[in-house]
Design a protein around this ligand. Structure first.
Ligand code: PMV
Length: 349
């Protein structure tokens, strides 16, 4: 191939049943299955790629800044490019230009949307015709949670059993249209970068937490029960699984030695406020969940948004909220949306 370029967009996902701990570090295979909702365009990454003989090195820009491809975290994410290049039999260098449209300094992770958009754009630029399963398997090797952002709606990442990871990929369990009212109210309590990155944090947990061994079974059951609750439209059960899952993951983080603590006092106030709201309503109106940071994701239905906002308004320390709906997964954008200046072979200024 002489020249291949494409642009794609993808969004992050929020996990309802959490992934924390790899049984294979290289292939990124998890100890347990996990479930998430892919968010809509309110938060997204746009990525353009160009494979060309005219390039003499691989280059990767995020939000205008060139990334160091020898940095471990960047190299891990960039691994997907090598996998796809080998599949396509291409030896061309690549220029990758990516932009996150996340609200500035939101403190939200972009590795899932970034890797999903990168995989989607590369497959098109290289002319590879890959199924969602194949795309998900490739994305997983760049960032575990990104394999769930390859699909829209509510998605399960089956842990799989095979040593080569061929059965560890994401599958949709409900389309966006089946849960059109599901929303994520993100309460930003801190904009600091996380102190412990998920990659090293997970490794420390697997090595040192004795509670973690019990978690794998518990999370596997939660994945199955959550899928049943999604099918039977049982928001009450979904909400309790979401909250227990978040609590359980943060418990094994605390049980890690030295402990990993992502939640702060404001996060804990939010937990109390949501339990208070649900108790006074006599049913679950909302569920909280936290990833590797103190920002809260409040999962609720559109009709409950006002009640949730009321409850949150009584918590001191929330800087802002962002509401995202349920999304439909990555999609290709047209050439006019490309972030690459094809004359200069550089990011557009
Ligand atoms: O972004 P990753 O693949 O390194 O892992 C993130 C894991 C959590 O966000 C904490 C939980 C999850 O399942 O998304």
């Amino acid at each position: 191939m002489e020249h291949g370029s494409a642009t794609a967009t993808a969004s992050p996902n929020i996990a309802f049943v959490k992934y924390w701990g790899k049984r294979d570090e290289e292939l990124i295979l998890p100890y347990n299955s996990s479930v998430s909702m892919t968010l809509d365009d309110s938060l997204n990454t746009v990525t353009s790629v160009l494979f060309s003989k005219e390039l003499n090195a691989d280059r990767f820009f995020i939000n205008g800044e060139e990334q160091d491809l020898s940095d471990n975290d960047i190299a891990e994410r960039f691994k997907v490019v090598g996998i796809m290049r080998r599949k396509a039999g291409s030896a061309d260098h690549v220029l990758v230009v990516s932009r996150n449209s996340f609200p500035t300094a939101s403190g939200l992770a972009s590795s899932a949307s970034g890797t999903a958009a990168l995989v989607y754009a590369c497959s098109r630029a290289l002319g590879l015709k890959l199924s969602a399963k194949e795309l998900s398997i490739i994305a997983r090797q760049g960032s575990g949670s990104s394999c769930r952002s390859i699909l829209g709606g509510i998605v399960v990442w089956k842990k799989g059993r095979n040593a080569d990871g061929s059965d560890s990929y994401a599958k949709r369990i409900a389309k966006k249209e089946q849960w059109p009212d599901l929303i994520d109210i993100i309460a930003i309590v801190s904009t600091e970068r996380k102190r412990v990155l998920s990659r090293s944090g997970m490794k420390q947990t697997v090595e040192s937490s004795s509670l973690f061994k019990a978690r794998a079974k518990f999370a596997e059951r939660n994945s199955r029960d959550f899928a049943k609750a999604v099918k039977s439209k049982d928001f009450d059960s979904m909400a309790s699984i979401i909250m227990k899952e978040s609590n359980d993951m943060h418990a094994v983080m605390l049980d890690t030695y030295p402990p990993i603590i992502y939640l702060n006092d404001v996060s804990k106030e939010i937990i109390a406020a949501i339990h208070g709201l649900n108790e006074s309503s006599g049913k679950a109106l909302a569920a909280y969940t936290f990833d590797a940071g103190p920002n809260a994701h409040i999962i609720t239905l559109k009709g409950n948004e006002e009640a949730v906002r009321n409850a949150l308004s009584r918590v001191d320390g929330i800087r802002e909220t962002i509401t995202a709906g349920i999304g439909s997964g990555p999609r290709a954008l047209s050439e006019k949306d490309s972030l690459i200046d094809m004359e200069r072979l550089m990011p557009k200024s």
